[in-house]
Design a protein around this ligand. Structure first.
Ligand SMILES: Cc1ncc(COP(=O)(O)O)c(C=O)c1O
Length: 390
């Protein structure tokens, strides 16, 4: 039997598009980006604040490259660079938590926290729409994984009660579900976890730098103590730093992870060049505190224009992710193609990433988009018809 015959079914058109459509970026990512030699208004990047190309971020990264080289080659458990120490301290200030541990990605951070904390007599409770890295972390847990209904506090409470005999009840959720353009109802979820004497972890990958007036994330948005839960996050999105992740929590937790987490001790940490870029991003955010609001204002402008044209839109209020709900996969792909032909890079999100007949365009709006980018994108939408009324 051939290997191909053993692969799970993902749909013929998905396989065909995986074989052919894989665009090449020909330069820096920004509000406008050159793809396969043509300039596009870019809505596929998570560079929400436009920091990936900011001169301060680039200057910091270049200086670190000159000082520390491309990488240290040292296991982070043995030693880290001065830049890593500075970034950890800056992230303590940014997150409001007692201590921070850096990882090479948020995928590593999520896997580390779940696999390290959840032992055979523990349970991890995970939102059904959590990011793949959390799902993978749950697969590594030595205890049981219980999945609760998406952002459903009643379902979570019920499952917490069913798990009342477990030693540890670790509840983990995305802070922003970017495929749904939806924010976690943190106050209700936290109250349920605290009532059950559990521990909550919130993945701030899409929240940090963006959610809340100063971009401090879920705790800021809801005016909740950032020490009431553990945070994980990435430097690859709003921080524009390419790669890197973190766990923020109390000192004992961070010390425990430093000693025990396999995803920390048996892999490289983020390179100094990316850590320096992240430090640059924090510096820019302090100097330009209006950046998160600018990203959301751009999303508001896009949303208003799309609704005027009759499209069904979701999100764009507390977060710049904006979804255009279409329905059928084939139609969504076609619309994405027409927009592409008119200079707009607006990826279709189709089954199996989202449920069947829930296909959508996912527009990642950034502070780096100008008014004229948004207007030009809306003009491109004039070439496609809104979804049929159901
Ligand atoms: C919610 C969430 N968590 C984690 C990750 C993974 O981040 P990283 O690229 O740092 O591994 C992503 C990236 O898409 C994400 O959306």
């Amino acid at each position: 039997m051939s290997l191909a015959a053993t692969l799970p079914e993902v749909g013929e058109s998905n396989v065909a598009s995986a074989r052919t459509a894989w665009p090449t970026l020909d330069g820096k990512i920004g509000g406008r980006t050159v793809v396969d030699g043509r300039e596009f208004i870019m809505f596929a990047s998570n560079d929400y604040l436009g920091l990936a190309t900011h001169p301060t971020v680039l200057a910091r990264a270049r200086a670190a490259l000159d000082e520390f080289g491309a990488g240290t080659g040292i296991n982070p458990g043995r030693a880290v660079t001065r830049i890593h120490r500075e970034l950890s301290e800056a992230m303590v200030e940014f997150t409001g938590c007692e201590d921070v541990l850096l990882f090479n990605s948020c995928t590593a951070a999520n896997c580390a926290i779940i696999a390290t904390l959840v032992g055979p007599t523990d349970v991890v409770l995970s939102d059904e729409l959590n990011h793949a890295s959390i799902v993978d972390g749950c697969r590594l847990a030595r205890g049981r994984t219980i999945v609760y209904r998406h952002c459903d506090v009643t379902s979570l409470r019920r499952k917490l009660t069913a798990a009342s005999r477990a030693r540890l009840r670790l509840v983990i959720s995305d802070g922003v579900f970017s495929m749904e353009a939806e924010i976690l109802p943190l106050p209700e979820i936290l109250a349920a976890v605290q009532a059950a004497k559990g521990v909550l972890v919130v993945d701030e990958s899409h929240s940090a730098g963006v959610v809340g007036i100063a971009g401090r994330g879920s705790a800021e948005l809801y005016d909740i103590s950032p020490r009431a839960f553990i945070q994980t996050g990435t430097f690859s999105k709003a921080f524009g730093a390419g790669i890197g992740g973190y766990v923020a929590g109390d000192r004992d937790l961070i010390a425990h992870l430093r000693l025990r987490a396999r995803f920390f001790n048996f892999t490289s940490t983020m390179p100094a060049v990316n850590a320096a870029a992240a430090l640059g991003a924090l510096e820019v955010l302090r100097a330009s505190p209006d950046l998160p609001a600018r990203a959301k204002a751009n999303a508001g402008q896009l949303r208003a224009g799309l609704e005027q044209r009759g499209f069904r839109v979701q999100g764009g209020e507390h977060h710049p992710s904006t979804l255009v709900l279409i329905g059928e996969s084939a139609r969504t792909r076609l619309i994405s193609r027409v927009l592409f032909d008119h200079g707009v890079f607006a990826p279709a999100v189709v089954y199996p990433v989202v449920p069947e007949n829930a296909a959508r365009l996912r527009l990642q709006v950034s502070a780096s988009h100008t008014d004229s980018d948004i207007e030009a994108a809306l003009k491109a939408f004039d070439h496609v018809r809104p979804a049929r009324k159901r």
